[in-house]
Every structure is written in structure tokens, then in C-alpha cells.
Design a protein around this ligand. Structure first.
Ligand SMILES: [Zn+2]
Length: 417
């Protein structure tokens, strides 16, 4: 059977760079020892995978941000180097096009928003939205200024306040404005319910199991599953052996979780969220090339073909579709930005130059406003980043608002060296 397969969470990008130097050290266009690479996605006929940029709180916001940026850069570099095989998507129509052209597709997500604080909340969110980040888990296990993780404590060990904070409320509102999905998988239960109350959009749990089958802090109670269904969201079952069962857990145990989640939430609200390259996988489901064993096991358990189709990928495609609205006030600049000798520049078209003359530049580096320059001889709009600390991946935005309030931008992630 030929199913559309979408996987809502993996940690493969974590393995793509050196955690100290942030240098890219792997290439997933070739066969690797990882659970996900392009040959394995192709072999498993998996069309779309959500690649998380993961960060915990390392005690320094700039390190947290560099860690996110390194992951995002590694994924974007993979797409740039393999245009025939792999592309990044953020809307349902782009997924449909990729299916027609036979591409493997990646969706960018953030797991752990420890790079955000009061001063950069809006600017940094805008930059990650610019590059196409579609899904954010505001917290990983540790709590942060946005809310409370599953451990109900900060990385320092200090106990955290319950639930979503006022800053976290603003974060959820901003995500809504930028067409991003809120991922509840690592939230404490108190934060989960605050998010359900605060969000008007469908909610995703990108990698969690069912508490009724295996009681674990990373799994969802039946009440939580029902709330996700009520939001028209999707609860994606995690494959991690120790969340779904014990060291002997196999595909059958995983299917127990899926069938329970369907019983409680309904077949329109369950999907897959492996956690490949971030957890110990069930027996017989080592990597993404083996995803077919899940649909085979579901057939043996007499789940209808229609329900299997939904769980394997169609529910997630519907969810992506409900976050595919196009903003009418923000537009990419026509030309791509260029990095040369520490200077990031973009060549403006005649129309863009005219708009810029009457408008206002609003450029950013890692969420901080910077003053750009314009060279009228070459029509280049640019930021000189050569004074920044070298070897740190940064997210850079060249943007301006025209007189009508329309925003024109070029955003990319670079390592300056
Ligand atoms: Zn996780």
C-alpha cells in the first residue's frame, strides 16, 4: 500500500554539528549511521519529516540561540546542496508540489525556545517565521520564562511557577499571527491546559504517547487527547521505547498506543512523531526506512484503510493546511541574500529601491536591531557582520517597511568565519 507518510518529530539535526564549534560534521544526503538520512527516507517512502532545532537552557541565551541556529543552518544547507532530492516546505500546497516532484521534504521546527526572552520575543519570532519555522515547542523538559516543562523546574534546579507565564501568553499569540503550530509535547500538565485556554488554533503534540497505556510524564491523558481533538489538532505518537513501554517494547506496543489514541481522540486526530535520533526506538523499528512496519501492524489489527491513511500522514497534512494562510503585509525580497567577507547583502530591484527610499529599514541579527547600509552604485542593501564573534551561527535579516506598512525581507542563517 502506498501511503503518504509524515513524521512530526526527529532530532537528527542535533547530530549534524559539533556542539562546541557549531561546525557541520555530517551529510544526510549520503547513507549515515543516523536513524534519518535521505537514502533511508527514500527507502521508507517517507515524504515529509519535521526536523527539530533542539535547545535546552545552557545558562546563556546566546549559546541557546547559537544551538538553534546551528541546527537550522545544517538543515537549510542540506536543502541547498540537494535541490533535486530534498526541499524545505511550510505550507500544504508546497507539500502537494513536493509529492508530485518526488522530493523528500523537511519542515523546520524549534524544540525548546530558550533563546527567547522579553527583549527579543517579537523580533526573533519574526526572523524564525521568515525562514519558515512552522512549529515551536516553547519548552523542552526544563521550565523557562515562557512556561513550565515536564520537570516543573528550571535548568538550575529551582522549582518553577505553574503553567504558562504572561510572556508565554504573548508568545502563543505571536505564533498564531505567524501561522505557527504550538507543540505541547514537553509541557507540564498545568502549562498544557493554560495553552489550550490561550490558543485559538489547532494544537499539536509532536511526540507523546498515551498515559492510559503507559503512565509517563511525556505521555497524554485521555482528557488531554480529547482537548487536542477538540482543537482540531493532532496527537502524534512517540516511538521512544521507554515512553511507550519498557526495553522490550516493539511495534505492537506502539500500535496499542495508536489504537487507544484513536479510540479517545478519533481517527482524525492521531499521527506519528518518531523522535528518531533522539530516543531509543522500539524493537524492529530502528530507523525511518522501517515506517511501513507500522501500517502493516495496523492492517493486522483490522484498522480501516481510511483510518491508517489518516494516521500515517493525512491528518498532519490537514494540520499543515490549517496553518498555510499567506500574510498580505510581509513579502520576501526578490533576490536572495549573499554572504561575502562578513558582509550580508541583497541586491534590490528598481521597485524595491523606490519603496525603501520612502520606507524604514528594520534589520536584525539574532533578534537585535542593527543599522544597515545601502550602496547606491551597486543597489545593494547590506549589513557588515565582520565585527561579530566568529564561528557562531547567526540569523540575519535585511528588511524594511514601506510607506504602506508592508514588510520586505531577506532572512538567512550564517556562520561567520
Ligand atoms: Zn523531545
Amino acid at each position: 500500500m502506498d501511503w503518504l507518510i509524515i513524521d512530526a518529530h526527529n532530532d537528527t539535526m542535533m547530530k549534524m554539528f559539533d556542539a562546541k564549534t557549531f561546525e557541520i560534521i555530517a551529510d544526510i544526503s549520503l547513507p549515515t549511521s543516523f536513524a534519518i538520512d535521505l537514502p533511508k527516507m527514500e527507502a521508507g517512502n517517507v515524504s515529509v519529516a519535521v526536523f527539530a532545532a533542539y535547545s535546552d537552557d545552557y545558562g546563556d541565551v546566546s549559546v541557546n540561540m547559537a544551538t538553534l541556529n546551528a541546527s537550522i543552518m545544517a538543515l537549510r544547507e542540506t536543502a541547498r546542496r540537494n535541490p533535486e532530492r530534498f526541499k524545505l516546505v511550510s505550507r500544504a500546497d508546497e507539500v502537494e508540489q513536493g509529492l508530485l516532484s518526488g522530493h523528500r521534504m523537511g519542515i523546520q521546527s524549534i524544540e525548546g525556545a530558550y533563546a527567547f526572552n522579553e527583549s527579543n520575543l517579537e523580533t526573533l519570532m519574526t526572523q524564525y517565521a521568515d525562514v519558515g519555522v512552522k512549529l515551536i515547542a516553547p519548552v523542552w523538559n526544563h521550565s523557562n520564562p515562557l512556561g513550565e516543562g515536564t520537570l516543573e523546574a528550571f535548568a538550575s534546579g529551582e522549582k518553577s511557577p505553574k503553567g504558562l507565564t504572561a510572556l508565554g501568553q504573548r508568545f502563543i499569540q505571536l505564533m498564531d499571527r505567524h501561522q505557527m503550530m504550538v507543540d505541547v509535547s514537553h509541557m507540564s500538565e498545568a502549562m498544557f491546559w493554560d495553552v489550550v485556554a490561550a490558543s485559538k488554533r489547532p494544537i499539536i503534540a509532536s511526540h507523546s504517547g498515551a498515559s492510559a497505556i503507559m503512565s509517563h510524564v511525556r505521555n497524554l491523558t485521555d482528557e488531554q487527547l480529547k482537548a487536542i481533538a477538540q482543537s482540531d489538532g493532532v496527537a502524534c505518537v512517540v516511538f521512544c521505547r521507554y515512553f511507550i513501554g519498557d526495553e522490550h517494547a516493539d511495534v505492537e506496543v506502539l500500535v496499542d498506543h495508536i489504537l487507544h489514541m484513536i479510540n479517545v481522540a478519533g481517527e482524525d486526530h492521531v499521527g506519528l512523531g518518531s523522535d528518531f535520533d533522539g530516543a531509543t526506538m522500539p524493537v524492529g523499528l530502528n530507523d525511518i526506512s522501517m515506517m511501513g512496519s507500522i501500517s502493516e501492524a495496523l492492517i493486522k489489527r483490522d484498522l480501516s484503510e481510511n483510518a491508517i491513511r489518516k494516521v500515517m500522514g493525512e491528518n498532519l497534512l490537514r494540520l499543515i493546511g490549517s496553518f498555510s494562510g499567506k500574510g498580505d503585509t510581509t513579502f520576501p525580497l526578490k533576490n536572495k541574500p549573499l554572504l561575502e567577507g562578513g558582509v550580508v547583502s541583497v541586491l534590490l530591484t528598481a521597485d524595491e529601491q523606490l519603496r525603501l527610499k520612502g520606507g524604514k529599514p528594520c534589520c536584525l541579527v539574532d533578534g537585535q536591531p542593527v543599522l544597515p547600509d545601502f550602496d547606491p552604485l551597486t543597489n545593494r542593501f547590506f549589513i557588515d557582520c565582520s565585527n561579530l564573534v566568529q564561528g557562531v551561527p547567526r540569523i540575519v535579516t535585511l528588511a524594511f517597511l514601506d510607506e504602506m506598512g508592508k514588510r520586505f525581507f531577506a532572512t538567512e542563517v550564517y556562520s561567520f568565519k
